[in-house]
Write a new protein. Sequence first.
Length: 365
Amino acid sequence: MNALPDSAPPLPVPPEAPLPHRKTLRSWLIPLSQRSSLRALALLALDYALFVALLIAAVLLESGWLKLLCGLATGFVIGRLFIIGHDGCHHSLTPHRGLNRWLGRIAFLPSLTPFSLWDMGHNVVHHGFTNLKGVDFTWAPLTQAEYAALSPSRRFMERVYRSGWAPGLYYMVEIWWHRMVARDKSGKAERPVFSHDCWLVGSFGTVWFCALAAAALATGQSVLLLVATAFAVPLLFWFAMIGFVVYVHHTHVKVSWHDDRAAWQRAQPFVSTTVHLTFPLRIGALLHHIMEHTAHHVDMSIPLYKLKAAQARLEELLPDRIVVQRFSWGWYFGTARSCKLYDFTRRCWTDFKGRATSEPRAAPA
């Protein structure tokens, strides 16, 4: 695209034209990257109030079914709090880096997510190398040869993870447990802040669990029922929610993975490896607009409360470049059936037998 005077608005880039440099794309979004500490604090206070209110309701309500519904709703609110913490981790929540770190830690507590470990895995690895095989580990697809080399039990787990029914299990086991809780502490990357953050979330989880047990004893309720509906159910819902979100952000028959860094760089991965998933009934707003994901990868400094406008701006200026997908359960399970393994030679998704399930894509020029 030809350079324009600073006063002239950018024009849409034709689909056949080269994609502008990332700095240019970010320049389009500068008016939408202004952050507000007051707005961030209000969002955090609102979601924490909802979290506490739902836990109190689970204690006070007598019906087990109503307790269960409160637990499911609590899990959803944990997801909302996590998205706020995610912005704090990117320093896009407020203009103040120190405040972002502490608000991020506070927002991450109900999801039992250690802030610094998430920061390393998400900011450094995922955003630095999105969909680059061997570096980005989140939902990284295996090749047919890699799958065949697995043990029978590990192949079974891969089938479960990729079935569409168990994104929460994948996140809980492969990301939360292996990468954060039971991580290898012998490497050079281990830092004291990792242990401190694990202690922080562990303490929060212990207080949460014990408070529910004490409340059950004080009110003559079943400890098992209250802990199950107001502790276990919210966390399980949260794991399912985050597993689903990170899966659909970067898994689509039109989205490529790469095993060659030079080709990956030429593919402009901050645009080509992300999906904008749309929902009816303002569900996207309830998710703090985390599904406006292309804008987030182009510029991580955009706060969640401006992502909708930023995404619309990108889609206006980059017609036919961004993968926009309207959500349906048919599409989701169709994607799960198609996106089992990846063939890096043909550059296409395959099933577990190696049969192509998406159109082979040419290597980026």
